[in-house]
Write a protein that binds this ligand. Structure first.
Ligand code: BJW
Length: 251
């Protein structure tokens, strides 16, 4: 099935991304055969119960991932760069929602980016509730830069059983979009996995860009399969041509 045309007056787009878009930047996905959940227990490192039972283990898991994210070898790939280009061209007509806690969309030039599962480079204080930029390891001596409390910081991420961030804004955009695009996500985790149904309900065209069919593949009107670094730049080219919004500033 081909996409219905997007025009300058019919072009509100919601893009949802998942771990697959960052795979070619060197960051592992979760549920692929070599994914993060093949090495560590989800219950131990990605639930509030796991954090209460062994905070040092959870901090070590996120400290290692925070360090890896800041390694010079981890850089945005052509899929992040293409969405950055789309973000600059469409402005408020694009809502980019990511389940990823990395900062590769921002480094690829997208602004704004809604991180519904939080951000690895931020820490949240359990004493005052504030979250702040945090690039170092978090340990028992880490001090909140807002209230000064020591030993109260946790990663600013959303674990299972916790409420994802920015939901009101996301559901409002889904109810009012013309096109919903899901990129590099397996469709296993709710509420993100339910976004395609919300967009369909709103009458939007729905497109899946993924390496392989996701759990919810049958819900999408259009699907394209392959690596994100190839599919996403090609799709962005199409949208910019259709909307007449190409700034010519390809990266
Ligand atoms: C490529 C590629 C390439 C590879 N190019 N593609 C029963 C029914 C329904 C719901 C529930 C239920 N029981 C419990 C729930 C709720 C629960 C849930 O969904 N559980 C399911 C497992 C069943 N959800 C929650 O608890 C959430 N909170 C919540 O629901 O609150 C209540 C609420 C109610 C109503 C409205 C709103 C809220 C919180 C979920 C928190 C998820 N947290 C994690 C970890 C935190 C951050 C971190 O450590 O990074 O978030 S889990 C992990 O999964 C991470 C990811 O963001 C998330 C999604 O994973 P993603 O991105 O899809 O990765 P993968 O690995 O699964 O897939 C990668 C895909 O890429 C694959 O398809 C590959 O093929 C593809 N790929 N290479 C393109 N090169």
């Amino acid at each position: 099935m081909t996409s219905p045309s997007l025009t300058s007056s019919n072009r509100r787009i919601v893009v949802l991304t998942g771990a697959g878009i960052s795979k070619e930047s060197g960051l592992d996905t979760f549920r692929d055969a070599d994914g993060i959940w093949s090495r560590v227990s989800l219950e131990e490192v990605a639930t509030p119960e796991g954090f209460r039972s062994d905070p040092a283990k959870v901090q070590a898991f996120y400290n290692a991932r925070r360090r890896q994210l800041q390694d010079s070898e981890v850089e945005p790939n052509p899929a992040h760069a293409a969405l950055g280009r789309l973000s600059r061209a469409l402005g408020d007509d694009l809502l980019l929602v990511t389940q990823n806690i990395d900062d590769l969309h921002e480094r690829g030039g997208a602004d704004p980016v809604l991180h519904m599962h939080g951000e690895l480079l931020r820490a949240r204080c359990l004493a005052c509730g504030a979250d702040s930029l945090w690039r170092a390891d978090i340990d028992r001596d880490s001090r909140c830069s807002v209230c000064g409390a020591t030993g109260q910081l946790r990663p600013h991420v959303v674990w299972f059983g916790e409420m994802p961030l920015e939901m009101e804004r996301i559901y409002a955009a889904l109810a009012d979009c013309d096109l919903f695009v899901s990129i590099g996500t397996s469709g296993n985790v709710y509420p993100a996995a339910g976004f395609v149904a919300e967009a369909r309900e709103a009458g939007a065209h729905t497109l899946e860009l993924n390496l392989e069919p996701s759990e919810g593949a049958t819900l999408f009107a259009e699907k394209r399969y392959g690596p994100a670094s190839e599919l996403v730049p090609a799709w962005v080219e199409e949208v910019l041509a259709e909307t007449g919004k190409d700034t010519g500033l390809a990266e």
